[in-house]
Design a binder for this molecule. Structure first.
Ligand code: NAP
Length: 259
């Protein structure tokens, strides 16, 4: 299938590893020129070079913290008129509601709500004028299925979901769509890191903890970043124009509801 993306441009935030990298790779395979970012220079440069070598597309690598004003300015300067915007950043830390300070809530909202809103506001109107745009917010299945100890994530990501729901309908007439992909457990550094933490806290082995978590997934495995990236590439494609304002769960069947 020709996704119709050859020669398009994309900003993919937080893309040196994990789900962001999965999206960057699949867009690059479809011929999209990329601007990607992460906070740590070496892995970001290595990812950019690997994608250039594998696909031949142009990849600008911007070392920045996307949750800062300076970081967002840097990436928009590198790619002021993207056709595709993939919003992503690290998730807020776990904890108990009674222990969270207001500063924790403010940081979570800044990172996982304000940052994507700022990037959408800076790019969506140009997309509408040009008659093409695809915006994908990487959120979490916690938006549909709240996760204990991740209240900061549950709250900030749900706020983003509500904030863009009307805009996603307004922009559709201009062939600009805004959707969210809601990952369940995907096999990334983040997931492996949380298994390591549980292992350290409980004294159980990493393998035991990790495999037990895997068995909780109806698919009996974790998702792969390339599966996630392929879903993003389809939403971004010429065939994605009739899907907007949706929250699409990719979770191997974890979400227990019928709808
Ligand atoms: P990951 O494997 O740890 O990769 C995170 C990537 O984001 C890295 O490239 C990291 O590079 C970059 N990054 C993090 N914070 C950044 C920032 N402030 N500015 C720029 N780049 C930043 O994580 P992942 O599993 O792909 O997760 C991506 C998002 O999906 C997170 O918000 C996570 O909470 C959410 N999520 C993941 C899962 C899962 O199972 N994997 C499930 C639900 C939700 P640097 O550290 O160098 O900046």
């Amino acid at each position: 299938m020709d996704l119709g993306l050859k020669g398009r441009t994309a900003i993919v935030c937080a893309a040196s590893k994990g789900l962001g990298r999965g999206c960057a790779e699949k867009l690059a395979e479809a011929g999209v020129n990329l601007t990607i970012c992460a906070r740590t220079k070496e892995p970001l440069e290595a990812t950019a070079e690997a994608i250039r070598t594998a696909t031949g597309v142009s990849v600008k690598a911007i070392t920045c913290d996307i949750t800062s004003d300076a970081g967002r300015s840097a990436i928009l300067e590198a790619c002021p008129k993207p056709d595709i915007l993939i919003n992503n950043a690290g998730g807020p830390p776990p904890g108990d509601f009674k222990d969270f300070a207001l500063s924790d809530w403010r940081a979570a909202v800044e990172s996982n709500m304000i940052t994507p809103i700022a990037l959408i506001q800076a790019t969506v109107y140009g997309m509408m004028e040009r008659g093409f745009g695809r915006i994908i917010n990487i959120t979490s299945y916690s938006v549909k299925n709240p996760i204990a100890h991740l209240e900061l994530s549950n709250g900030a990501r749900s706020g983003l979901t509500g904030a863009i729901a009307v805009l996603a309908r307004k922009s559709a007439a201009h062939n600009v769509t805004i959707n969210a992909l809601l990952p369940g457990p995907f096999d990334t550094d983040r997931l492996r890191g949380t298994s390591m933490k549980i292992s350290a806290q409980t004294g159980r082995s990493y393998d035991e903890v990790h495999n037990e978590r895997m068995q909780d997934v109806p698919a009996k495995r974790f998702g792969a970043a390339e599966e996630f990236g392929a879903a993003a590439a389809f939403l971004a494609s010429q065939y994605g124009g009739y899907i907007t304002g949706q929250n699409i769960v990719l979770d191997g069947g974890c979400y227990p509801g019928t709808f």
